[in-house]
Design a protein around this ligand. Structure first.
Ligand code: SF4
Ligand code: SF4
Length: 457
């Protein structure tokens, strides 16, 4: 399926009566030649400007999943580390013909770094990188410290930000408590309302919420809809084949994550023109139409269908590391002995390729899988096992299969027959037209990786 002229595109779109599907069809088909991979891989730099946090979330991969390396980090990133980091970023971008870079200010809790550090970092980034490379600055926060003053800062510095909130109080406070065991919900909800009612609301790029199958999916959806949050990123819990997700709720053959997500998807889809963009689903629908998922948010990098961003993490002490969620693969797993003081970012790329984590090196089952163009093997950490490294399908393979097939079926049933036939023809055996059931798909993956038997009970 090729890039469509504006006239053909409009004619096809007019025949789609479902407003949400029509909007996503236009976004998928109107922006770039469908099915064409991006020529250059964007760089996302995660700068750990603060290594500690004022919350103590039970699932946090920084503090509570076995990696204790944060204890040896300085509390904040120094100016010397920032200088070296931006030198490396500029060098990498020039060598790889990148005219822009996304820099995510991250923690721990990034706002603990305080306004003066963040202001000087933003100025330093621009001084070092412009005019050859345009830095796009984003910040991730838990929201508890956000204030009117911070919003003014972000506005002046052009920093977009995302906030973490897992849903209504009973859901959020299952895990997201402070060091005294107290709720974080009230503070974060107040911060969100402050943002959404301010003239700086457009700086909020998304709210991040964990997928929790033991909670009420509709309550979560309605919560964000009532708060009038514009974009929500639903995040898969970090897990590996050695540390499978929620073994207590997944019985033999069960797909708790897919079932939960399908409930949310159906509510969103049946809203017809939902006010909230659930980006996991937006990406899925766009990919069903042959487009690409968004690389605009770091949480998508390496997740469903979006292997097209290279993520480099700079720790507070200057350590150069891969995607920080890989900390769940084992203590010190991300410690490669690299530093922005001594090494180029390319060294990280090489190390990760050597580890089989980059370069499209999916396992045999994923390479043969008809869902690969959408799923891309799932999240990187979710493919890991101590035995095989990253040479496995996702630990969420069964859930991914069921979810993708469900979304695809609903989209196909909502488009006119001509377009449906075209989509079915295009997604032939090498793509999505495989009529394999979730069970058949899972069995393909299992034949490659017998340990999946364990999650089947
Ligand atoms: S707010 Fe983020 S960094 Fe802090 S404990 Fe929670 S998950 Fe970890
Ligand atoms: S085998 Fe599973 S994890 Fe791999 S691409 Fe297919 S659905 Fe995704």
């Amino acid at each position: 399926m090729g890039f469509l002229s504006n006239t053909v595109l409009s004619e096809q779109a007019e025949q789609i009566t479902h407003p949400l599907v029509r909007r996503l069809f236009l976004r998928a088909r109107g922006s770039s030649p469908a099915g064409t991979p991006q020529r250059v891989v964007p760089l996302v730099v995660v700068a750990k400007i603060a290594s500690r946090c004022n919350l103590n979330c039970a699932y946090c991969y920084m503090y509570n999943q076995g990696d204790l390396s944060y204890r040896s980090q300085p509390k904040f990133m120094s100016e010397t580390v920032q200088q070296s980091l931006f030198d490396r970023v500029k060098g990498y971008c020039l060598r790889n013909q990148l005219s822009e870079v996304t820099i995510v200010l991250h923690g721990g809790e990034s706002l603990l770094a305080g306004p003066s550090r963040i202001v000087s970092l933003a100025h330093r980034a621009r001084e070092h990188l412009l005019p050859a490379v345009r830095p796009r600055l984003l910040l991730q926060t838990n929201g508890t410290l956000l204030s009117e003053e911070w919003l003014e800062f972000f506005s002046r510095l052009g920093i977009g930000f995302s906030i973490s909130l897992d849903g209504p109080p009973t859901v959020n406070d299952r895990n997201r408590l402070d060091h005294l065991g107290k709720s974080s919900y009230g503070r974060v909800e107040a911060a969100l309302r402050l943002v959404l009612n301010s003239r700086h609301a457009s700086l909020l790029t998304s709210v991040n919420a964990l997928i929790q199958p033991t909670t009420d999916p509709i309550a979560l959806y309605e919560h964000f809809r009532n708060l009038k949050v514009p974009v929500v990123d639903l995040l898969w819990p970090e897990a590996t084949h050695d540390r499978p997700p929620l073994p207590s709720v997944a019985g033999p053959g069960e797909t708790p994550f897919a079932d939960w997500l399908i409930c949310v998807f159906d509510a969103w889809f049946e809203d017809m023109a939902p006010s909230v963009d659930l980006r996991l689903f937006t990406n899925l629908v766009k990919m069903v139409f042959g487009g690409h998922g968004s690389t605009t948010n770091m949480h998508h990098a390496g997740y469903i269908g979006d292997p097209y961003a290279f993520v480099a993490v700079c720790e507070a002490d200057g350590g150069l590391e891969p995607l920080d969620v890989l900390k769940v693969c084992g203590p010190e797993f991300t410690k490669l002995g690299l530093s922005v003081h001594n090494d180029e970012i390319d060294a990280l790329n090489t190390e990760m390729q050597r580890a089989g984590a980059l370069g499209g090196q999916l396992c045999g089952a994923c390479r043969k899988c008809s869902l690969r163009p959408v799923c891309a093997g799932g999240g990187l950490s979710h493919r890991y096992s101590a035995i095989n490294g990253f040479d496995n399908p996702s630990v969420y393979c069964r859930d991914l299969t069921k979810l993708i097939n469900h979304v695809r079926a609903r989209i196909l049933s909502s488009v006119p027959s001509g377009l449906r036939l075209e989509l079915e023809r295009d997604y032939d055996s090498s793509r999505l037209t495989s009529q394999k059931t979730a069970e058949e798909q899972f069995s393909d993956a299992r034949s490659h990786f017998p340990a999946l038997e364990l999650t089947e009970g």
